[in-house]
Write a protein that binds this ligand. Structure first.
Ligand SMILES: Nc1ncnc2c1ncn2[C@@H]1O[C@H](COP(=O)(O)OP(=O)(O)OP(=O)(O)O)[C@@H](O)[C@H]1O
Ligand code: SF4
Ligand SMILES: [Mg+2]
Length: 334
């Protein structure tokens, strides 16, 4: 039987701002199975980072988890004391931040920073920690690790910095790695190399991973399953092949037609009309209805529940079974 390492149930994380309550994450359900990579996909502002930050409870103020459970290895992290969370962060669950520069200290060498993380988690000598740091550099395929490790962050290229951020996250041998847009600011070739590296590392180290991205192209070849978020809610979740060839939510389909590499196949690159709604006063009913070409009167009133329509395939669309969506890859609902 498939074992779940993480189960998020009805998570609500709101920001209490002067302008009103931003319902950034509003009833999200996500499962991560042991040893798998889950792709968490959605446009900018859909709540990907806030969901991920909620998992290790580092949502910045004025944000707060107001409801829901985050079950990690059978324990609800929402109820845990800060001390317990400190032990879990980094050691059990590691995080690669959206902007790698934020996790690197510019005034210390990389050796210094890696050794510090290693010593925090393992009782070994400084010399042994340095050896381990060099080993990690080798693991993330940084050439001349014995030399490069004495660099300062600014001396590394964007791709190398990202490899360093991965090495740092792996230093504690985590069971779950959360990578928030790990390739966004890199050019296409380097992006492909980093994704390949992450895929190999996951296999080699047997960990689970949540890969966050706004680009379906990034998860196509990397994720085992995909969860699509829109305006703080889950639209659809299924294995990667089903999402790509048999999407049942109009937003998933729209995201697919917005991927340049997939659009090449259809010679039509779609831009999803409109934008993510204001999350202080989101649209009633289905939050996607103002942008959905299949919307009907009912969609403006009734909130679609996330419903399992076939084993492992869940959709939150009131019309999922009656509309016939076409995937740009050629699949359809039939
Ligand atoms: N500190 C904050 N104060 C108020 N609102 C916030 C704060 N941080 C995030 N939000 C809001 O929460 C919502 C979700 O943001 P989040 O950062 O999770 O989006 P995202 O899917 O990660 O987007 P991106 O692809 O741009 O990283 C957005 O509407 C955002 O404006
Ligand atoms: S519920 Fe209605 S508006 Fe929402 S995605 Fe389905 S068809 Fe579109
Ligand atoms: Mg983000």
């Amino acid at each position: 039987m498939v074992k779940k390492i993480l189960k998020i149930e009805n998570l609500k994380t709101y920001f209490y701002t002067w302008a009103g309550i931003v319902k950034a994450v509003d009833g999200v359900n996500i499962d991560v199975n042991e040893g798998e990579t889950l792709g968490l996909v959605g446009e900018s502002g859909s709540g990907k980072s806030v969901t991920a930050l909620s998992i290790i409870r580092i949502v910045p103020s004025p944000g707060k988890i107001v409801e829901g459970k985050i079950i990690y290895k059978g324990e609800n992290l929402v109820e845990k004391k800060e001390k317990t969370l400190q032990d879990i962060r980094g050691k059990e669950i590691a995080y690669i931040f959206q902007d790698p520069a934020t996790s690197l200290n510019p005034v210390f060498t990389i050796a210094n920073q890696l050794v510090e993380v290693i010593l925090r988690h393992q009782k070994i000598s400084k010399k042994e920690a340095l050896e381990k740091a060099i080993e990690l550099f080798r693991l993330v395929e940084i050439p001349d690790p014995e030399i490069k490790i004495w660099n300062y962050p600014h001396q590394l290229s964007g791709g190398m910095k990202q490899r360093m951020a991965i090495a740092r996250a792996l230093a504690s041998q985590p069971n779950l790695l959360i990578a928030d847009e790990p390739t966004t600011n890199l050019d296409v070739t380097i992006q492909a190399q980093i994704l390949e590296l992450m895929k190999n590392l996951k296999k080699k180290l047997g960990m689970s991973m949540i890969l966050i991205t706004h680009d379906m192209g990034v998860v196509a070849d990397t994720a085992d399953r995909i969860t699509v978020l829109y305006a703080g809610r889950v639209c659809e979740t299924a294995d990667t092949k089903t999402i790509f060839y048999n999407p049942k939510h109009p937003y998933t389909q729209a995201l697919l037609t917005a991927v340049p590499s997939l659009a090449l196949k259809t010679e039509k690159l779609n831009v999803i009309p409109g934008s993510i709604p204001n999350l202080i006063k989101p649209p009633k009913g289905c939050r996607f209805h103002p942008r959905c070409e299949y919307a009907q009167q009912i969609c403006t009133k009734k909130i679609p529940e996330l419903t399992e329509i076939e084993p492992g395939h869940k959709v939150a669309c009131l019309r999922a079974t009656e509309i016939n969506l076409k995937s740009p890859l050629g699949g359809s609902n039939n």
